[in-house]
Design a protein around this ligand. Structure first.
Ligand code: AOF
Ligand code: ZN
Length: 371
């Protein structure tokens, strides 16, 4: 076991904070953070820093090295993920670290990608560089949870978000969007949207609420996730806000089977003409759908819509985190009951934290994997 110093933890903390910046923006690549630190006898100082670029490339290390320039020679690189060892779309970061003359590399999490998986560390060690791993590993695993789930399990990390009234309801039939939580909670949801790859709702919610599901916080408007609707019968109206904004922010409509009837084909064509992508995938087995999403690079999924969709994911055992907002509003008559409330959390979920947003409480639960 390596004995870490306070400085080690501080610099890896800095790398993790950098990695956080591009969550949801690096396509199929993880958002990795890297800082280059040197000590010329007057204490350690950061001479280079970077996060994986928007779109996924260049990787963090090459940019941090460029930032440090000649100062990287003899320095320590703190990286949240093991440096890559493969010639992919960019040359290996391990090679770049060796060429720059870095003396020590500290890694939080090793890379499960089969092209890397220990080889990055091996390459560095063979070149005489000191490599230490596992610093702030729990935090690193959390920071890279989407990417790790994608590579290890072939599916995105799934977060289920629910907003529940004081009387346990998530809405009311026939009333459209109901303000259950307050503005502070809504801002938090938009912030969450800005950090994930895709958001998913069921057709019931899409029709009842006509939501846009974009990120609408000042400065974060360009960070909207891909929007996915489970829509077996192809009922999403062409006039919906989702469809009407599909050219700006992608929309994927998931249907069970290829359109066959004249009217189905017409509806499909009309949606496609607006820029919607149609994905054919059996929804009875959600794992097929999640596998298809993972293959196209989606590593984090926020399930936002409807009691039915929430239940579908819970029943399939495909929820990793629950974000439960509880408000002080009462819905009363005609309310749609939530499958979950603070007193009824599914077995296997462990309470991790509570936060308050205005008058609302956000409880965070995580599925405890028996590993
Ligand atoms: C790093 N630093 O910042 C990131 C890494 O398609 P490529 O060539 O960009 O390679 C993608 C793989 O590179 C990805 O699966 C993961 O193993 C690694 N991502 N590695 O050294 C980075 N983003
Ligand atoms: Zn790399």
């Amino acid at each position: 076991m390596t004995e870490w110093t306070r400085d080690d933890e501080r610099f890896m903390g800095e790398a993790l904070a950098l990695g956080h910046l591009h969550l949801g923006q690096t396509a199929s690549n993880p958002s990795v953070g890297c800082v280059i630190v040197r000590d010329d006898g007057d204490g350690p100082r950061i001479v280079g820093r970077a996060v994986t670029a928007v779109g996924g490339r260049p990787h963090a290390e090459t940019q941090a090295l460029a930032d440090a320039g000649e100062l990287a020679r003899g320095a320590t690189a703190y990286v949240t993920l093991e440096p890559c060892a493969h010639h992919g779309k960019t040359p290996p970061c391990a090679e770049a670290l060796i060429a720059a003359g870095v003396a020590r590399v500290v890694v939080s999490v090793t890379d499960p990608d089969e092209r890397v998986s220990g080889r990055g560390i091996e390459m560095l060690r063979e070149a005489g560089i000191t490599v230490e791993t596992g610093l702030l590993e729990r935090e690193g695993e959390r920071a890279l949870e989407g990417y790790l789930m994608n590579r290890r399990e072939g599916r995105p990390f799934v977060t289920l978000k629910l907003a529940v009234s004081a009387d346990g309801m998530i809405g009311a039939t026939g009333k459209g969007q109901l303000a259950i939580t307050g503005p502070e909670s809504r801002a938090e949801v938009h912030r969450l949207r800005s950090e994930i790859d895709a958001i998913l709702i069921g057709i019931g919610t899409a029709i009842a609420d006509d939501p846009e599901l974009t990120t609408r916080l000042p400065g974060l408007e360009h960070r909207s996730p891909i929007r996915i609707v489970l829509d077996r019968k192809l009922e999403l109206p062409v006039t919906s806000k989702l469809v009407q904004s599909a050219r700006k922010v992608p929309v994927i409509v998931v249907i069970d089977e290829e359109a066959t009837t004249f009217s189905e084909k017409a509806r499909r064509d009309a949606l496609e003409a607006e820029g919607v992508e149609i994905l054919v995938c059996q929804q009875d087995d959600l794992s097929d759908l999640l596998g298809a999403l993972a293959t196209r690079g989606i590593s984090s999924l926020l399930v936002e819509g409807g009691a039915k969709t929430a239940q579908l994911f819970l029943n399939a055992g495909l929820v990793d985190r629950i974000l439960l907002f509880t408000s002080t509003v009462t819905v009363g008559e005609g309310g749609v009951a939530s499958p979950i409330d603070r007193k009824l959390v599914p077995v296997g979920f462990v309470h991790r934290a509570s936060h308050s947003f205005g008058n609302d409480i956000l409880d965070e639960y995580e599925y405890e994997r028996s590993s």
